[in-house]
Design a protein around this ligand. Structure first.
Ligand code: M6R
Length: 364
């Protein structure tokens, strides 16, 4: 039931503080701020390489997690979209860990990739929202997200819950490998536990986003830019906008702009810049200046400090709470989801059932 919401997608966006808290609750222990994963008879400290396979939004969650697995656990990560994975003859060393991320647990390409990895001696980890799904049944390590049923075709709350699970998994792996001290683990857990309140603070800007959606709705093309773990968020923002508003959108790593896409910039192409304060902020701002110098219309999504520093002259700004870089990808998911949602509402498209799309893609 939609309750007071106009669409399932809107309801699911607003459920995120609750369902992310639920999901974190089953992977983190509040009493001593530690990570507590389900027991499995698999030694996470022995993992030498992780292969991540998924599709669509779940794939972008995997891209964010790659930064975390490499940063915290120092494990190299290969990541592919499922439809490409099997056909590139991936090298799978015995004893490797393969992670499959899926809301539905039924996506045909991802399931086929899972079976391929199983046949090739990989331990199968599954991050899935439907506990009775095919993927859940075939998992060696089952890591459920507790997002509850996701009805809107555009995935929203499953994504932030997938991120929550993988942040906990990456930290746990780092602890097992002796790369994260007890104090560092407590710090990571403290930041993760701040996420639900920060998601709420991000949702408080819903009306600001609704009131600027008419600026984006007439566009033919939109670019999204981000750096580091927020680069996959740019891809996710572009996917959300395409799916439900039918506006052509592309996500780019901010630094890659000057290698081609900058040729597209003129005053009719809005450029959505995701730039939380932090170590990558200045670099992103200088990429933003390159866009501005060519007449690009910028929508800057940042915190108060970032907006104060770089917000002048933008077409619009969206303020986010100031957050630790670890949880920025969860928090910045909210404005990109809401922006796509409100633009679609302005355009009057069918938000929950966009044309040509199915909730779960069960054909290869
Ligand atoms: O159920 P899954 O997570 O395996 O689905 C993967 C994609 O089909 C899905 O994320 C799709 O891209 C969504 N429509 C994105 O909003």
């Amino acid at each position: 039931e939609k309750g007071n919401y106009r669409h399932f997608m809107q309801k699911e966006i607003f459920e995120q503080p609750t369902v992310v808290a639920q999901t974190l609750g089953s992977y983190l222990r509040r009493s001593d701020n530690s990570v507590a994963l389900p027991q499995f008879d698999f030694d996470l400290s022995s993992v030498k390489r992780i292969t991540i396979v998924a599709c669509g939004t779940s794939f972008y969650a995997g891209m964010v997690a790659k930064y975390w697995f490499e940063q915290f656990a120092r494990v190299p990560v290969d990541i592919d979209v499922a439809s490409e994975f099997r056909y590139r003859e991936p090298v799978l060393e015995k004893g490797g860990l393969a992670l499959f991320i899926s809301q539905s647990g039924e996506t045909a390409d991802t399931l086929a990739a899972l079976r391929h990895c199983k046949e090739n001696g990989q331990t199968i980890g599954v991050i899935v929202n439907v506990p009775t799904s095919s993927m859940a049944r075939e998992a060696d390590l089952l890591l459920p997200t507790h997002a509850g049923p996701e009805i809107g075709v555009a995935s929203t709350k499953a994504f932030t819950c997938q991120l929550a699970v993988m942040a906990a998994l990456a930290a746990h792996m780092a602890v097992k490998k002796g790369l994260m001290s007890r104090a560092e683990e407590q710090e990571v857990v403290t930041h993760l536990l701040e996420a639900p309140a920060c998601l709420n603070a991000a949702l408080d800007h819903d009306e600001d986003i609704a009131s600027m959606a008419h600026l984006i709705a007439p566009a033919r093309d939109v670019l999204y830019l981000g750096r580091g773990p927020d680069f996959p968020l740019a891809l996710e923002g572009a996917l959300k906008l395409k799916e439900i508003s039918y506006i052509h959108a592309e996500g780019y790593a901010s630094g890659e702009m000057k290698h081609g896409p900058i040729a597209l910039i003129d005053d009719e192409v809005p450029v959505i810049v995701l730039a939380p304060s932090g170590p990558l902020f200045e670099k992103t701002v200088s990429n933003m200046e390159e866009v501005r110098a060519r007449g690009g219309q910028i929508v800057l999504i940042s915190d108060a400090e970032g907006l104060e520093h770089a917000g002048e002259g933008c077409l619009a700004t969206i303020e986010m709470p100031r957050v630790h870089p670890l949880i920025a990808p969860l928090v910045y998911a909210i404005p990109v989801q809401l922006l796509a949602y409100h633009v679609a509402c302005v355009k009057g498209t069918d938000v929950d059932q966009p044309r040509n799309l199915a909730k779960s893609v069960t054909v290869e």
